[in-house]
Ligand binder design. Sequence first.
Ligand SMILES: NC(=O)C1=CN([C@@H]2O[C@H](COP(=O)(O)OP(=O)(O)OC[C@H]3O[C@@H](n4cnc5c(N)ncnc54)[C@H](O)[C@@H]3O)[C@@H](O)[C@H]2O)C=CC1
Ligand SMILES: CC(C)CC(=O)C(=O)O
Ligand SMILES: [Mg+2]
Length: 359
Amino acid sequence: MKHSIVLLPGDGIGPEIVEQARLVLVAIAERFGHEFTFSSQQIGGIAIDETGDPLPQATVDACRSASAILLGAVGGPKWDDPSAKTRPEAGLLRIRKELGLFANLRPIKLFDQLADASPLRADIVKGTDILFFRELTGGIYFGESGSSGEGEDETAFQSMTYSRSEVKRIVRMAAQAARGRSNRLTSVDKANVLEPSRLWRRVAAEVMAEEFPDVNYDVVLVDAMAMHLINRPADFDVVVTGNMFGDILTDEASMLPGSLGMLPSASLGESGPGLYEPIHGSAPDIAGKGVANPLATILAAAMMLRHSMSLNEEADLIEAAVAEVLADGLRTSDLARGDSESAVGTEAMGAAVVAKIAK
Ligand SMILES: NC(=O)C1=CN([C@@H]2O[C@H](COP(=O)(O)OP(=O)(O)OC[C@H]3O[C@@H](n4cnc5c(N)ncnc54)[C@H](O)[C@@H]3O)[C@@H](O)[C@H]2O)C=CC1
Ligand SMILES: CC(C)CC(=O)C(=O)O
Ligand SMILES: [Mg+2]
């Protein structure tokens, strides 16, 4: 089968990890006789440097006509000047909005082989298998913002807005997914304080009562959820929440499997190409050192095969290959926990996964 894949390597470790995922996709194509074509486009800081725009029109055009998009990460200290006209992160927010990618799926799944990699006790993290649905094109990240005044009077604001239809579509998608899993959905909000959360809670309850009465449904406040996640993670199945809460809770949840470097995500809309990326950022502290963990991006490539191309066997094979390399004892330094001497680098980890697929 033919598929065109747009690569958006971005900044920092982005190019290093996307290259390993590309090599894994090449191995899949060879083994199964598919034809994947790759086209690299610019986004983020590198795009600002080259074109002045973190999301050049050529990138948007290429993404629109692709089968799927694989992104590394954007951002870094070079572009952090608070007075700059634009930022790398604006490019990522815009591509999500332009393509209507309102649902960000972030699976938090434990590899048994990594039970010792989590900073939490093995008996707590055991059995963790959560699928987060983070709303991705609304909420505070897209709210009206501005600043005024000077000196001690200087003030800045960013508003949080959610509409009925935005809540409905993400809750529906999450509830559908719950039906295919353990039939449990938890909605996370801050309805005790925030008006958009109160709308979220009301609309979510309506959708669940009217369309999904068979799904076990509950609601949890976001501050309590932050605690429950590290206290009893195995109690959750599908979780649906807003843009910022989902962003923060999933970085926290990355400590359950042991590292931010292990968590992939899929950003999907009603139709059109999906965008796949690790949940982490551009990790400027390790960029260029060849030590970044490529597994989150490789697992994002597996999600791409499953969700955008219906290549389930191929996706399963990538996930099995990752499990096998971990069973063989391979660890990048983020997973090595105090034993970074024996850790392998980005390329060695990617090559090990490729070898399992090619065999
Ligand atoms: N989707 C994206 O493109 C995102 C971009 N960012 C941007 O990334 C830049 C850095 O942000 P940070 O707060 O440092 O978050 P980060 O996620 O880049 O890094 C946090 C920590 O995790 C480590 N880490 C992340 N990914 C890793 C991997 N694959 N292997 C090993 N270690 C890994 C880093 O070395 C760092 O110590 C900022 O400019 C931020 O805006 C942040 C989050 C998401
Ligand atoms: C715009 C991004 C930097 C937000 C983020 O941290 C994420 O999507 O994980
Ligand atoms: Mg984030």
